[in-house]
Design a binder for this molecule. Sequence first.
Ligand code: HEM
Length: 245
Amino acid sequence: MNELSVKEYRVWDLPTRLFHWINVFAILMLMFIGLIMLNKSALGIQSMEAKIALKQLHIVIGYVFTLNLLWRVVWGFAGNKHARWPAIFPGKNFLAGLSSYKNSLKTGTPQQFIGHNPAGKLSIMAIYLVLVIMAVTGLIRAGTDIYFPPFGTIAAEYVVKDGADSAQIRPYDKTDVNLEKYKALKSFKKPFGTVHLYLSYLLMFLILIHIAAVVKAELSGSHGLASAMLSGRKRIAGRPEDIDA
Ligand code: HEM
């Protein structure tokens, strides 16, 4: 194969692409509603009903986000070779591969990869880790804040007063709750809210880096990188580094 011949490679299978775009849409919605929740008073959202309705909407989209992520975890064991976890997590000689890739960027003829390039692997891994923590902290807060599944029943049964029906207690309503336990639940849930909030900022930053890296790669010769996540195919000039991977 001579250096300049362009060849098309099948890379992202359909489930991986569906995961990617459902994830993009869910995160944009969760960020948008999350920022409205964060700025409720500035936006004049005062009523308890509105506060709870916003959280309910955020959580329902959070369920879509979480189920999509769970599906991606499973697909990492069943998808094509570029969808599988070994294609994302650093393998043998990763650091050597990363520095040779970085050097190739400096030469102006970046090494080409069918799957993730070594730098891309690091950012994707960081993003997946943050997504998992966002899902877990969000689900915990969904239970402790407004008694939503999967942990809502546990939280309600913990705070309900003896002899009262835990199914009857309402979010932010102290009727039929044991005030001691209600206070304990509040301090238990606080760190999860803090992690959730600050990781959402980190996620915004990681997503901006991800987009900037794709745009930079597109501009420096790796054409069709973004469209590959729609078509599933990548056109690469020359010999890809991971052709035998
Ligand atoms: C990447 C995905 C997500 C992003 C970017 C995100 C973003 C946010 C933001 C910015 C807030 C702050 C609002 C505030 O502190 O008032 C928030 C709060 C919250 N999120 Fe998410 N979220 C995500 C996923 C989830 C998921 C999966 C769930 C649950 C299924 C969830 C449930 C909650 C709950 C219950 C709160 C209220 C916590 C509190 O008031 O501190 N979130 N989220």
